[in-house]
Design a protein around this ligand. Structure first.
Ligand SMILES: *[C@@H]1O[C@H](CO)[C@@H](O)[C@H](O)[C@H]1NC(C)=O
Ligand SMILES: *[C@@H]1O[C@H](CO)[C@@H](O)[C@H](O)[C@H]1NC(C)=O
Ligand SMILES: *[C@@H]1O[C@H](CO)[C@@H](O)[C@H](O)[C@H]1NC(C)=O
Ligand SMILES: *[C@@H]1O[C@H](CO)[C@@H](O)[C@H](O)[C@H]1NC(C)=O
Length: 505
């Protein structure tokens, strides 16, 4: 999750956007055989007679900057940022001080919240963008598209410097793995510290070693508690793995409790700027979207992290297990306008090239030296919006271009009438220790593909490998469509490309 500072500045110019309160009706697309007529009211009434095994819901798109999905937390129906780059679920809660000024989003009132006695500080982004959200850890009923889980741990946030409410969001819904959940790590740490003797606890200076999350000045740190500490202090790995089902994030818990037909979510993000249209914005849970078959996608395994790299230890009876931490896949190469870009010299050559697929990131973030080559090829920091530029990621041997309509954003909104665009790229920290990805590929890329996030066997990944499936949705005439949109805006809109912000449907 990298929050979109960059774009929020831009959006201030769109006066009609921030003033319009978002209305958030929920409509569920019906999957064949599974009719899930879910709306705000139905989510709120009692438990469905039978848990649906799969489901699909539309996404709210805030000017292509954040994508929201409606999640029921206790009695509150909250639009949350869909974030494959993190693993925790949090909502802005009342009382909320500085964070919630002029908030148009519902605040979670804590009436049904069961506090755990722990608090948490969640940190997002890299050394350049780091933001935080802090508050209490506790449980409540959480519902998503008609699926409901009791006793789901979440954070009720009372203080944050994130700008989620400016994009009509009441929090973040992380779709990642338990190992990357700060809440799961904290609960485990608190259990270990309860069970460990005083002496051991003191010698460990526990508080300072407990998870710090994705913070850190040099690179992205992963929760390191499990790999850092003496294994003998821990409950058995079987216990640790069993705690995924009780203390883990929402999606892994839905999978482990058998609520889903398949351990999968598929996401396609729509485009609501430049040239309206593109993918249908959709979150499908437990199956691929209608009309898409497994073999239509190219599947690539996730990067696993060994214990030495900060990954979870393997259980004794299955010593070869290597666990993923986040939705990170190998990339073969990156191309710009048909030219292969050299590898970054900022990362150690023995770190294999990978990318995080991150719906919570409004940009494409990569190594600074490689981005400099792109900027040089463009001839500067901006370019004429009518020029079609293609940034392509080669993954699993196939080419996945970013649609030229999503490569840049018009540099200014109303009044300036500029025809200049700024590329949707930004530098990020090189990998060192912690996460090993060089690229964090956000929404501009994810509007150009359908991505299936397949969790596999969460406790024994060797039994069913976690992987990602990709299907490019860029039309062959994307460049012509871009030029037509620019010409049309020249003729009818004073040069301003269209922009819309539909709420969650
Ligand atoms: C990569 O090389 C560095 C030394 O240049 C070493 O410290 C590090 O452990 C190596 N990493 C891997 C994953 O082999
Ligand atoms: C995951 O693998 C373990 C070990 O083989 C097995 O016991 C468990 O049933 C598997 N889980 C699922 C959901 O298939
Ligand atoms: C848009 O209009 C400007 C000035 O009227 C012109 O210079 C530019 O070439 C036009 N762009 C396109 C793509 O038609
Ligand atoms: C931009 O275009 C609009 C609509 O065509 C026009 O009213 C306005 O004066 C233009 N602004 C500038 C700075 O050229």
């Amino acid at each position: 999750m990298l929050l979109p500072h960059f774009h929020l500045t831009l959006l201030v110019n769109l006066h009609w956007s921030l003033a319009t309160p978002l209305s958030l009706p929920a409509i569920i697309r019906r999957a064949p055989g599974f009719h899930l007529p879910l709306s705000r009211r139905e989510i709120n009434t009692g438990t469905p007679r039978r848990l649906p095994k799969q489901s699909a819901i539309g996404l709210g798109d805030y000017f292509d900057v954040t994508y929201n999905v409606l999640v029921q937390v206790g009695e509150t129906l909250a639009p949350l940022v869909l974030d494959t780059g993190s693993s925790d679920l949090w909502v802005l809660s009342g009382p909320c001080s500085t964070a919630c000024f002029s908030s148009t989003v519902p605040l979670y009132p804590l009436t049904s919240f069961q506090p755990s006695g722990l608090d948490v500080r969640l940190e997002y982004g890299d050394s350049l963008t780091g933001t935080f959200a802090q508050g209490l850890v506790g449980m409540d009923v959480v519902g998503l598209a008609g699926l409901r889980l009791q006793d789901q741990y979440l954070a009720a946030i009372s203080e944050t410097n994130t700008k989620v409410m400016q994009t009509g969001s009441a929090g973040i819904f992380g779709l990642g793995f338990p190992a990357n959940s700060i809440i799961w790590n904290k609960l485990l740490a608190s259990r270990v510290s309860r069970e460990a003797s005083h002496e051991i606890r003191n010698s460990l200076s526990f508080q300072t070693r407990v998870v710090t999350g994705l913070s850190g000045i040099h690179g992205h740190n992963i929760p390191t508690m499990l790999s850092d500490l003496d294994r003998s202090l821990f409950p058995s790995m079987d216990d640790v793995l069993a705690s995924f089902a009780s203390n883990g994030p929402l999606l892994p818990r839905l999978i482990l409790t058998g609520a889903l037909a398949l351990p999968i979510v598929a996401i396609s993000l729509q485009r609501d700027t430049v040239d309206l249209g593109g993918n249908q914005g959709m979150l499908s849970i437990g199956e691929l979207p209608a009309g898409i078959a497994t073999e239509d996608l190219t599947w690539v395994p996730l990067r696993g992290y060994t214990t030495a790299e900060g990954g979870l230890p393997a259980p004794e009876e299955s010593p070869n297990e290597i666990y993923p931490i986040t939705w990170e896949v190998a990339i073969d190469d990156v191309y710009f306008d048909g030219r292969r870009l050299s590898r970054s010299s900022l990362a150690a050559p023995n770190i294999s090239l990978t990318a995080l697929l991150d719906t919570g990131n409004a940009l494409i973030r990569g190594p600074k030296d490689v981005l400099d080559v792109i900027t040089a090829q463009l001839g500067g920091d901006t370019y004429d919006c009518a020029e079609a530029h293609t940034l392509t990621f080669q993954i699993g041997g196939r080419f996945y271009p970013v649609d030229p309509r999503d490569f840049g954003s018009q540099t200014s909104g109303f009044e300036d009438n500029t025809s200049q665009c700024t590329p949707n790229i930004a530098p990020t920290d090189p990998p060192s220790s912690g996460f090993l990805y060089s690229w964090s590929i956000g929404d501009p890329f994810l509007k150009s593909v359908l991505v299936a996030f397949y969790y596999g066997n969460l406790t024994h990944p060797s039994q069913d490998q976690p992987r990602v499936g990709l299907l490019s949705t860029v039309p062959p005439d994307a460049a012509q469509r871009l030029q037509a949109a620019v010409q049309l805006s020249n003729a009818t809109l004073g040069g301003n490309l269209p922009c819309a912000s539909p709420a969650v449907r």
